[in-house]
Design a binder for this molecule. Sequence first.
Ligand SMILES: CC(C)(COP(=O)(O)OP(=O)(O)OC[C@H]1O[C@@H](n2cnc3c(N)ncnc32)[C@H](O)[C@@H]1OP(=O)(O)O)[C@@H](O)C(=O)NCCC(=O)NCCS
Length: 188
Amino acid sequence: MSDAGDVTTPQVALLSDGVIALRRPEPVDGPSYLQMRNNLALVSAVMGFRLGVNAQTVDAWIASGGGVEGDDLMLTAVLAKDAQRPVGYIKAYRVDRVSRHAWVGLSLFDERDAGRGYGRRMLTQVCDYLRDFVAVRKVSLEVLAGNARALALYASLGFAEEGRLKAQYFTHGRFEDVVILSKFLAAS
Ligand SMILES: CC(C)(COP(=O)(O)OP(=O)(O)OC[C@H]1O[C@@H](n2cnc3c(N)ncnc32)[C@H](O)[C@@H]1OP(=O)(O)O)[C@@H](O)C(=O)NCCC(=O)NCCS
């Protein structure tokens, strides 16, 4: 029998700071991804696929390892000390070993977990990993201009605006700017 419903079985973490652990998506995460991807307000905040998905699509995506190739990462963030409760995801994509650049995207699964420092922990760990193990020197991300909490977090971590795609994304009945932020990762 599959142990997909057993949230007490610790999964192997790639990274952990003792509060947030990051590991590959596991079948046990399915309900969290399903809920997030059908929360259309949240999907809009992350500029994701807008039409929702079904459980089979999510399960197949997890079975594929989160659809990543090469040096890209797709990681589920779980609470290290709370029965591995999934709280969000973070991905590094278009990881370019020659330019030593990567794009990053992240979200919590549920807005009720916002403001507890989880996003900061997720992003810090992945930037450190990309710098130390993949030799990435610059990380970029895209964020809606109206996403005040995300912008505050990224600015406090040293991300600076590099560009702005004007009236790029249709949300809440209007076209909103998308801001491109980057951070140069200092050698440790
Ligand atoms: C954006 C997101 C990833 C941030 O993660 P988080 O765990 O909530 O963020 P943290 O608690 O680590 O930090 C939030 C920071 O913003 C600040 N903040 C919170 N609400 C804020 C608001 N409404 N306006 C401005 N700043 C705000 C907090 O004070 C904190 O800053 P500090 O650490 O310097 O005190 C998360 O809230 C989220 O996933 N939201 C929904 C989807 C989304 O917007 N994803 C990002 C798409 S780019």
